[in-house]
Write a protein that binds this ligand. Structure first.
Ligand code: 9UX
Length: 71
């Protein structure tokens, strides 16, 4: 997992939100994700080719949150 994507996440209001989103993102093949409630950021490490920005944002949005590229 040697590619990294950082997303700014909107709509997380409690620790269950961030835990739920982290589980959703970690279900994506080839992706290891951590979600930080306090900073409202998700960091995704992934195998090159396993994930696109659009796919990551779509997964976040399906889970009920907003996403934009952070870095
Ligand atoms: Mo608690 Mo986070 O209802 O949606 S899980 S605010």
């Amino acid at each position: 997992a040697n590619a990294t994507l950082e997303l700014a996440i909107s709509g997380m209001t409690c620790a269950a939100c961030s835990t739920r989103l982290e589980k959703v993102l970690n279900r994506l093949p080839g992706v290891e994700a951590t979600v930080n409630l306090a900073t409202e950021r998700a960091v995704l490490h992934f195998e090159p080719g396993a994930l696109t920005l659009d796919a990551a944002k779509a997964a976040v949005e399906r889970a009920g949150f907003g996403a934009s590229e952070a870095a």
